[in-house]
Design a protein around this ligand. Structure first.
Ligand SMILES: Nc1ncnc2c1ncn2[C@@H]1O[C@H](COP(=O)(O)OP(=O)(O)O)[C@@H](O)[C@H]1O
Ligand SMILES: [Mg+2]
Length: 258
């Protein structure tokens, strides 16, 4: 059984089908790339999986459980975490605080504990902080030194890493990456590709869906590629086949890739 499945997933915005009848599945330990022209529905598809948008039709299942109507935090609690195409970090908070947010649904201590059992609350925060710092050092030991700096003062690639750390601290089983190399130069893009491979080494069995325009990344990172055009899935396969597919060339790659 696939870990995550979508069946006939569609969403309509005022008459426009932004995503239409998409069947998709991903198994444990897999990396799948998602490509397609701007406006083809890639981000919207991730928004449906992560619960930000409710599908008009169709179903999303995680380990056989229908999660189509769950709210984003419920989906996150079940192990689907994500990053965003444009940064969703709080720039006036420290690096550590931004990553700590990724654990907000994991809190066991409540309001009463904070008043009557402050030690218990302290221990939990300490544990969480430790977890965040381990994750940060794993991606970039020098970023660890900047853990109490304001996020707005951190270089762009490291802000991308902070977002990935925030998604990973809760130990998800599915990670959704929306254009993680957007705004990075070639050298940084290479580093980000290595980081994505590091995720696989750090979190056993995690599966990753990655939206990406850079075909170098698509060649080297995912095992399989899914292509969207005008809200529909038009092709699916390994990189070598996708770049030769006529529908994909017409819709997205143009003459350059062949
Ligand atoms: N909340 C929304 N309201 C109306 N239209 C939307 C909304 N979100 C996305 N769309 C539309 O859905 C289409 C797909 O957008 P998107 O998923 O962001 O494309 P991609 O990520 O492939 O570039 C676009 O036409 C976009 O304008
Ligand atoms: Mg997008």
């Amino acid at each position: 059984m696939a870990l995550l499945d979508t069946k006939d997933v569609s969403i309509n915005f005022g008459g426009l089908w932004a995503v239409k009848d998409v069947d998709f599945s991903i198994g444990t330990d897999e990396i799948v790339g998602l490509i397609g022209p701007n406006g083809s529905g890639k981000t919207t598809f991730l928004n449906i999986i992560s619960g930000l948008y409710r599908a008009t039709n169709g179903a999303v299942t995680l380990r056989g459980e229908d999660i189509t109507s769950l709210r984003p935090f419920e989906i996150f609690q079940r192990g689907i975490a994500r990053t965003y195409q444009s940064s969703r970090l709080c720039w006036d908070l420290s690096v550590a605080d931004n990553i700590l947010m990724g654990l907000y649904t994991k809190h066991k201590v409540g309001f009463a504990d904070i008043i009557f059992r402050p030690k218990k609350a302290d221990n939990e925060i300490y544990e969480f902080l430790q977890e965040c710092m381990d994750m940060l050092s794993y991606f970039n030991p020098s970023l660890f030194k900047l853990r109490y700096d304001l996020t707005k003062n951190i270089p762009h690639i490291d802000r991308r890493r902070i977002e990935i750390c925030r998604a990973l601290v809760g130990h998800p089983t599915v990670l959704l990456l929306d254009e993680p190399t957007a705004g990075l130069n070639d050298e940084e893009t290479m580093q980000m590709m290595m980081d994505i491979h590091k995720i696989k080494r750090k979190i056993k069995d995690i599966c990753i869906i990655i939206i990406e325009h850079d075909m170098k990344v698509m060649e080297r990172v995912p095992e399989r590629i899914v292509v969207f055009n005008a809200g529909r899935k038009i092709a699916e396969g390994i990189y070598g086949d996708i770049v030769k597919d006529h529908d994909v060339i017409n819709a997205y790659l143009g003459g350059a890739a062949v």
